[in-house]
Structure formats: C-alpha cells, structure tokens
Ligand binder design. Structure first.
Ligand code: NAD
Ligand code: UDP
Length: 352
C-alpha cells in the first residue's frame, strides 16, 4: 500500500511537471470547490486548477463520475475528494465554485429524471446559498440544451430556445434553464458574483466507455468491432469541442471582469453530421465496423452549432484542437482503458 501511494505521488508530480506548472502557476492561490469534479469535464478542470497552484475540493456523488478519473490527483496535498450529493447543503469556506454536478449524457440523465431535476435545481440553490454565505464567486455549467431543438442557427446567447417543457429531455433542459434563472436571481437579489457558461458537445479522455454519448459510443464500437449505432438518418449535426479547449474557456470566464456574467457559449463551431463523425472514427481507428440505424430519440435536436463571437470578444477565446486531432487523443485513451493497448509506463504503475 505504501509503495502504491509513493508511486502515485511521483506519477502526479511527473504529470504536473509535464503541464509546465511554473508557466501556469497562480500568484493568487484560491480554494476552489468543483461540484461534479470526478466526472469527465470536472476531472480535467480539477487537474488544471491544481496545476495552476490552487487548492481544490472535488465534490461528487459518483453517479456518472468515478474515483478513477481523479486517481492521479489524490496524492496532491492541495486536492480533497468529498463524496456528497449536491441536493443536500454542503458547507466549506471557498473562494470560487465551479458547479458542474449533473449527468450530461441523455441515457444517464433520463435514467432518474426526477433526481436530474433535483440535481440542477436543488444543486444550484445549495451552491448559491454557499456562495452567498462565503462571498464566493460561482460558475454554472449550463448547456446548449437550453436552446432545445433550435429554430435559429447557429445559436447565439440572445436566442431563448425551443424546448419541449415536458418531454423526456425536459428533466435536463428545464433543470438547467431553472438553474440559470436562479443564478441570475441570486445575483440581482443578493449580489452573488456569478458566471453562466453554455457548454456545447464536448469530448475527450475520461468519458466513460458506457457513457452513451455519441463520441464515446462510436469510438468504443469501432475499437471493439461492434456496429456503429446511427440514430435516425444520421443527418443531424453537432459541433464537438475537445475538453482542454473547454477548460480554458471555463477558466477564462471565471476570471473575466466582474460585470460580465454571461450566459456565454463555449464550444467548437465546426459542425458535423453523425454520419461524418462515424466515417472519421472508422478512418482513424482503421475499424471495419458497419453502420446500423436505430430510431431517433425523442426531441433530438436536428442542428447545433455555437456562435462563439461573444467568447472571442469577451475572453479572446477560440478552440484550437480540430476534431480529427481530438479524436486521435480520445481513441488512444479508449484503447488503453479497454485494455487494447498497454498504458504508458507511468500509468501502468498507478493501476498495478
Ligand atoms: P459527467 O456525467 O461525466 O459528470 C458529471 C459529474 O457530476 C459526475 O461525476 C457525477 O457523478 C456528478 N454528479 C451527478 N449528479 C450529482 C449530484 N446530485 N451530486 C453530486 N455529484 C453529482 O458529465 P460531464 O460531461 O463532465 O458534464 C459536466 C457538466 O457540464 C454537467 O453539468 C453538464 O450538464 C455540463 N455540460 C457538459 C457537456 C458535455 O458535452 N460534456 C455539454 C453541456 C453541458
Ligand atoms: N447519437 C447517435 N448514436 C449514438 C449516440 C448518439 O447517432 O450511439 C446521436 C444522437 O441521436 C444525437 C447526437 O448523436 O443526435 C449527439 O448525441 P449525444 O447523446 O452525444 O449528445 P446530445 O447532443 O444529443 O445531448
């Protein structure tokens, strides 16, 4: 056990030095709470904040996230992992709160829709209550789903959306819309410093193999020789952002001037059909999986692409990783986690 701990610690140190700690170190270290920190996006965010020299409390109920996603951070003395459900109040003295807790994949958020709404709404109330008491600034991870099946394309922040309020996606879409309303009301009523990010489809390492979202589904199916499941005719579009680009956008928004609250679109504006995505995954994996067609889920948006001119203007932010490059990193990650390729030597020591 002792040996394992030592090995993990040294791995974390190697990892941090690779990310050029000095270049990113903050001269103003803060204590930062990340709800949903053991999830796909949250785990990258925790790592990036630690790398910048901050203290991080990662709070998660492990519904769709996992300890494995943050295993490489646990030896860092600035990192604390707390099992907690955001539907219950949590108390800690913190400077900033990134509120990410919520399942993001349609199959997961629909598996317990009432808890999904509670997570967004009670989670927002609890986080905002904590922010009010501690004076912390808080950022909400909202979503492009607030635009529903949009009749305006591409989507700008001033578009109010086309959401079915009682369909099977409503638990997520309306939960996030209510959370946005709560964020702005706590700001107007109580002066709580807020930021609201509207995240568009994001992908990368640490997605769960059974996550159910399209990028992880297609890659896992291609790598394991299963048919690629195209929902509908595959002509619907999405715009995919690599996770490291998103993280820089979230941090840029958190650090933006106090009078800029958002909502702010964060996503990659390059738009692809699901057929195009499937073909690219097949090319990059060299897989001979065939395409099979399944029925389109209810209320599945037909087109989605962010207008990111506001993020460009306010933060100078534009995503830098093209889909093909991001997919290569993600494919390499799944090859390791599915045991199809050996992990790099330093990771091999963690899992041993
Ligand atoms: P994820 O499912 O991988 O991560 C969500 C995390 O929240 C998980 O670790 C989960 O265990 C945790 N969680 C869920 N309910 C909780 C609860 N009640 N209490 C405490 N923890 C809870 O999803 P993700 O892709 O990392 O998404 C993170 C955030 O970003 C979510 O709020 C999501 O709505 C938002 N978002 C993500 C995307 C995307 O494409 N990844 C797009 C739009 C919005
Ligand atoms: N999709 C698909 N095959 C899959 C999973 C998803 O064709 O195995 C489609 C889904 O119908 C949607 C798009 O891919 O049109 C993106 O789905 P995802 O669940 O990743 O995210 P969404 O943007 O719908 O929340």
């Amino acid at each position: 056990m002792f040996i394992r701990t030592r090995l993990v610690r040294s791995t974390a140190e190697v990892h941090l030095s690779k990310l050029e700690v000095n270049e990113m170190s903050s001269d103003n270290p803060k204590r930062i709470l990340v709800t949903g920190g053991a999830g796909f996006v949250g785990s990258h965010l925790c790592e990036r904040l630690l790398t910048a020299g901050h203290e991080v409390i990662c709070l998660d109920n492990f519904h769709t996230g996992s300890k494995a996603n943050v295993a490489h951070l646990r030896a860092n003395r600035n990192f604390e992992l707390v099992r907690h459900d955001v539907t219950e109040p949590y108390v800690a003295q913190v400077d900033e709160i990134f509120n990410l807790a919520c399942p993001a994949s349609p199959i997961h958020y629909q598996s317990d829709p009432i808890h999904t709404i509670k997570t967004s709404v009670l989670g927002a109330l609890n986080v905002l209550g904590l922010a009010r008491r501690t004076g912390a600034k808080t950022l909400l991870a909202s979503t492009s789903e607030v635009y529903g099946d949009p009749d305006v394309h591409p989507q700008r922040e001033d578009y109010w959306g086309n959401v079915n309020p009682n369909g099977t996606r409503a638990c997520y879409d309306e939960g996030k819309r209510t959370a946005e309303a709560l964020y702005f009301d706590y700001h107007r009523r109580h002066g709580v410093p807020i930021k609201v990010a509207r995240i568009f489809n994001t992908y990368g390492p640490h997605m769960h193999a059974n996550d159910g979202r399209v990028v992880s589904n297609f890659i896992v199916q291609a790598l394991t020789g299963q048919p690629i499941t195209i929902f509908g005719e595959g002509t619907q579009t999405r715009s995919f952002c690599y996770v490291t680009d998103l993280i820089e956008g979230l941090i840029g928004l958190m650090n933006s001037p106090a009078d800029f609250l958002g909502p702010l679109n964060l996503g990659n504006p390059s738009e692809f059909t699901m057929i195009e995505l499937a073909e690219l995954v097949l090319k990059l994996t060299g897989s001979r999986s065939r395409l099979i067609y399944r029925s389109l889920p209810a209320d599945d948006p037909k087109r989605r692409r962010p207008d990111i001119s506001l993020a460009q203007k306010q933060l100078g932010w534009v995503p830098s990783i093209p889909l093909e490059e991001g997919l290569k990193h993600t494919i390499a990650y799944f090859e390791r986690t599915l045991g199809l390729k050996s992990p790099p030597a330093h990771l091999e020591r963690i899992v041993a």
